[in-house]
Design a protein around this ligand. Structure first.
Ligand code: 7JJ
Ligand code: MG
Length: 215
């Protein structure tokens, strides 16, 4: 995935999507990624799996680690209940800039707050900064080598509670074997695997892993 992609997708959305119509923005991004160039959004197929788990959890406080262009934040924002909110951590200021534009274009700037910085620098102060005690739903979709570290941080910081749903993207490709081994062998997590395909690909396997926290 090249660094120049995000500005192109932003430009495409601004030119081809309907301002304020979050579902149309999502569709325009998916069509572009299927037809013009692939992006590392969770995509429409895995996105539907995310949607289903999100609706089942019906969360009030949502945390996403890895915002990228804001695609998955938009998918979740359109399913948010009244007075619920999404906090999404993004380390790349270029990605965060594009995501902010796309989220605002879709009219979801009040429901989605982008926190700029590295996850291990943002997480320790997120509770007081965001006025949240624990998160009800967490979507992990950033660098695969940080999944396990960050889940342990969430637990140690008391940012997840009995019944919190954690969804992880890319557990097959690129893959996060240490994370999978950790959650599946821990008595504190109830795991379910959802086999799928890498976003915008027909023939490369990937999967999402759902882990319910039961300390
Ligand atoms: O870095 C990623 N963070 C979060 N999600 C990701 C994802 O869903 C896909 C990929 C990826 C890898 C190799 C490839 F050929 C195409 C796409 C990456 Cl690299 C990430
Ligand atoms: Mg991903």
């Amino acid at each position: 995935h090249d660094e120049e992609f995000p500005p192109r997708i932003l430009d495409h959305v601004m030119k081809n999507a309907i301002k304020g119509d979050v579902t149309n923005v999502i569709d325009v991004i998916d069509k572009y990624c299927w037809s013009v160039e692939i992006a590392m959004n969770v995509g429409d197929v895995k996105g539907a799996i995310l949607d289903k788990s999100f609706l089942e959890a019906s969360p009030k406080n949502v945390l996403e680690i890895g915002c990228y262009c804001g695609y998955s934040a938009l998918r979740m924002s359109r399913l948010l209940k009244e007075d619920a909110k999404i906090f999404t951590i993004e380390a790349s200021s270029q990605y965060a800039d594009v995501a902010q534009e796309i989220i605002s274009f879709a009219g979801m700037e009040k429901k989605v707050q982008i926190l700029r910085g590295l996850s291990d620098e943002v997480l320790p102060t997120i509770a007081e900064k965001c006025g949240v005690r624990t998160f009800d739903f967490v979507f992990i979709d950033h660098a695969k080598e940080l999944y396990k570290r960050d889940l342990i941080m969430l637990e140690n910081l008391g940012l997840i509670r009995q019944g919190t749903t954690i969804m992880a993207d890319n557990v097959i490709f690129p893959g996060c074997p240490d994370y999978l081994e950790y959650v599946r062998n821990s008595p504190k997590f109830e795991c379910t695997n959802y086999p799928s395909k890498l976003e915008y690909c027909e023939n490369r396997e990937d999967a999402m892993e759902k882990s319910i926290y039961l300390p």
